[in-house]
Design a protein around this ligand. Structure first.
Ligand code: FES
Length: 83
């Protein structure tokens, strides 16, 4: 989420600034990468219930993805709406 905001990626609103309160940083993780991320925690899961676009098995809140060197090249897609 921080990288998206810093680089003005369209569709990442991040209204709560990464505090896991708004779900406007929703992204779809490319299926080839979905097993590389940490599991969805309870709070993220609850927020994903209320996302504006369809929730998919690969849905994540980008502010909850902790970037590491092993995620270099991670492919994320932005849903068609956040609100
Ligand atoms: S920026 Fe608000 S939940 Fe991710």
């Amino acid at each position: 989420m921080e990288a998206a905001v810093r680089n003005a990626v369209p569709g990442i609103l991040a209204e709560c600034g990464g505090n896991a309160m708004c779900a406007t940083c929703h992204v779809y993780v490319d299926e080839g990468w979905s097993g590389c991320l940490a599991d969805v925690e309870e709070l993220e899961d609850e927020l994903l219930i209320g996302v504006a676009a369809d929730r998919r098995a690969t849905s994540r809140l980008s502010c909850q993805i902790r970037m590491t060197a092993t995620l270099d090249g991670l492919i994320l897609r932005v849903p068609d709406k956040q609100v």
